[in-house]
Ligand binder design. Structure first.
Ligand code: ATP
Length: 326
């Protein structure tokens, strides 16, 4: 990225017009250089209004993520975390996976103001935008092996729900295995990638994307119903405070998970499962579907579904759950 692109974007976060001339003189450069930097931002998907005679502006004012505000919001556990706030990363998970392989420290948290190639499960993509999304990844090292980490993405979901409810977003619910929904629409996703041996020790890179205020051009790229906090909540959610709260709850949930696995938060997870005792469709990778009623979740995160053939158990690997609305 052009070295001036993010400094200029920072200047534009007030949502007001700034003339090319004023920006150029502020950075002691030429208007052509400013124009190039703005082009770079647009190439990364940042929408910038450019009006002759008035200059450049973002569609609306935005608040960028800021290390000190996040640490303040974490509270007592702030010393646990090694926080890195980046202006731009293609994928916080990819970046942290590399760092983890190179010996990155436990509880390293990588946050990106702009993530441009976010990933979902099985090669799917995660859409995000500047000031529109909260995207971060957390590295957590476990003594146990990767085989004991089944149920981890569900436990992470519980931490997200606690933070969202604390922020006043009480409508947020979970969807097995790894999504947060409001009114059946997707608000947040979790992507967990593991390193290490099945026997241990192991490391999890826990990626989270939460929609704050998605512009229509980003929403259009999402092929399932999506929602953001701005439209779902009357509360004014501050991204720094929300991230601090999520990390605080993750610290508690993950410490508990190290000792007890998913078992201790299983009841809480079930209470918030959007499709508990509801008709569901389980989508198999080969296109088959199994229909039934979601009746329980096991201590290893397996979903139990009552079907015409009896009770069936689904592990999250290749399966997607959808509501069965007929
Ligand atoms: P599963 O139920 O198996 O998790 P999923 O379709 O939700 O299925 P994920 O890998 O969790 O899959 O998430 C990636 C998917 O999420 C994308 O394919 C897209 O449909 C959707 N998506 C991408 N970006 C966003 C976003 N910002 N907000 C909501 N949904 C999104």
């Amino acid at each position: 990225m052009n070295a001036l692109t993010f400094p200029i974007l920072r200047m534009l976060t007030d949502g007001k017009f700034h003339s090319g001339e004023a920006i150029a003189s502020h950075f002691k450069t030429s208007r052509a250089t400013v124009w190039n930097a703005v082009q770079d931002a647009e190439a990364l998907g940042v929408e910038i209004f450019s009006v002759r005679g008035r200059g450049y502006k973002l569609p609306r004012a935005i608040i960028l993520l800021d290390e000190q505000s996040i640490l303040n919001a974490i509270g007592e556990q702030r010393a646990w975390f090694k926080l890195e706030v980046h202006d731009h990363l293609e994928s916080t998970n990819s970046y942290l996976m590399k760092k983890a392989s190179a010996g990155g420290a436990h509880a390293t948290c990588i946050v990106a103001n702009l993530q441009t190639k976010g990933r979902g499960r099985r090669g799917r993509s995660w859409q995000a935008g500047l000031g529109a999304s909260l995207t971060f990844s957390l590295l957590w090292r476990f003594q146990c092996g990767a085989s004991a980490l089944s149920g981890l993405s569900l436990a992470v979901g519980v931490a997200l729900i606690r933070a969202l409810h604390e922020a006043g977003v009480s409508e947020a619910q979970l969807k097995w295995p790894n999504d947060v929904l409001i009114g059946g629409e997707k608000l947040a996703g979790i992507l967990i990638e593991l390193q290490g041996d099945m026997e241990g020790p192991s490391a999890a890179v826990i990626g989270v994307g939460i929609n704050l205020n998605l512009p229509s051009n980003i929403k259009q790229q999402i092929d399932q119903p999506a929602i953001d906090l701005n439209s779902a909540s009357t509360k004014n959610i501050n991204a720094n405070e929300l991230l601090g709260a999520v990390l605080k709850h993750l610290a508690a949930v993950l410490s508990d998970f190290e000792q007890n696995g998913f078992a201790n938060v299983r009841g809480e997870w079930l209470k918030h499962h959007a499709y508990h005792l509801k008709p569901v469709r389980m989508l198999h990778p080969d296109g088959r579907e199994t229909t039934g009623t979601a009746i329980d979740v096991a201590e290893d995160g397996i979903l139990l579904v009552k079907t015409a053939l009896g009770e069936q158990r689904f592990s999250s690997g290749e399966i997607s759950l959808r509501a069965n609305v007929s």
